[in-house]
Design a binder for this molecule. Structure first.
Ligand SMILES: NC(=O)c1ccc[n+]([C@@H]2O[C@H](COP(=O)([O-])OP(=O)(O)OC[C@H]3O[C@@H](n4cnc5c(N)ncnc54)[C@H](OP(=O)(O)O)[C@@H]3O)[C@@H](O)[C@H]2O)c1
Length: 295
């Protein structure tokens, strides 16, 4: 058996999202397949297409993207690489945060823009309905309720299967849930960055999936403790960071981002990595949530 045949996202187990979408818990983030600064086409289009196809080969069946990655580029490449989609592939996209230039973001979660963004995502992804559509971020210039109501309306129209949120507080989630069921939340979270720890707990208590963005800490060096556990397990520190996330909560689906097949294989291989309980506890104690956020 070749090395890649032994690697499968299925080793992470499954999570059923929104009652009807069952995915392997090791996902893939498709932000990194664009040009530098998440702007324009990638330097190597063939490599980007190969990475997407290899993700599916390795049984990844949750792919995260957004209309603004490129902009448009990530969604277009997903369709080019994978359409017609294999059964069971879930594509979670987002709207409400625009990319006006390399490395720049601007908010735009007005109902008008969210509706236009959704129509664009449907076209680019070549689907009639988005499985998981995430509000990319609340917009300070727009009523949060108005943004969520716009997505709820699109769900009623059958254009969105499930509504989800990103970059939110617990209060946002609670307010949104009064309008429409929320099936997943995507905030920045990793072994090295536990500011959203209490959101993970809230999601677990309320049967909401949690997609940590930057689950690898954007490949920055984490604490030496993780390196020590990696050496003990004959794994890489980034693999231990992903395995720690999988063990942190059954609602977590990491979406590590990469533009490289080699990195993808390393990341998906972490689906089968078990961190012994004692090592998991040791790691969890190293990178504690801030005191103000506990309890
Ligand atoms: N909701 C939001 O606001 C938001 C914000 C940011 C990201 N996201 C989503 O979350 C996903 C993940 O976040 P992210 O991509 O920013 O951060 P990440 O997954 O923590 O790290 C990605 C970075 O790590 C590198 N990398 C990946 N695997 C590696 C490996 N095995 N060895 C060495 N380097 C590796 C990648 O470079 P290479 O390409 O060279 O592998 C890339 O620079 C994104 O793709 C996107 O879908 C959402």
């Amino acid at each position: 058996m070749s090395k890649t045949q032994t690697i499968s996202a299925a080793a992470s187990g499954t999570l059923t999202i929104g009652g009807d979408l069952t995915v392997n818990r090791m996902g893939y983030g498709a932000m990194r397949i664009t040009g530098p600064g998440i702007w324009g086409p990638p330097a190597g289009k063939a490599a980007a297409l190969a990475t997407l196809r290899q993700a599916v080969e390795l049984d990844v069946n949750l792919i995260d993207t957004a209309d603004s990655y490129g902009p448009k580029v990530s969604e277009e490449l997903i369709a080019e690489a994978l359409y017609p989609y294999p059964a069971g592939l879930v594509i979670a996209t987002k709207g409400g945060w625009e990319r006006p230039g390399p490395g720049q973001w601007t908010h735009n979660a007005s109902p008008k823009h969210l509706t236009e963004a959704l129509e664009g995502s449907l076209k680019r992804l070549r689907v009639d309905r988005i499985d998981i559509h995430q509000l990319h971020a609340p917009d300070n210039a727009v009523s949060f309720e108005a943004s969520v109501e716009a997505l709820a309306k699109l769900r009623e129209q059958g254009k969105i299967r499930h509504v989800a949120l990103s970059n939110v507080t617990r209060e946002h989630i609670e307010r949104a849930r009064k309008i429409v069921p929320i099936v997943s939340v995507q905030n920045r979270y990793s072994f090295a960055d536990r500011e959203s720890d209490f959101i993970v707990d809230y999601c677990e208590q309320n049967d909401i999936a949690f997609f940590p963005w930057a689950p690898l800490g954007q490949a920055k060096e984490a604490h030496a403790a993780i390196k020590k556990v990696a050496d003990e397990l004959h794994a890489t520190p980034l693999q231990v960071a992903l395995a720690w996330l999988l063990q942190r909560s059954k609602m977590i689906v990491p979406i590590p981002g990469t533009s490289s097949v080699t990195h993808l294989e390393e990341n998906v291989a972490a689906a089968g990595l078990q961190v012994p309980q004692a090592a998991f506890d040791r790691l969890s104690a190293v990178s504690h949530p801030p005191a103000s956020l506990r309890g």
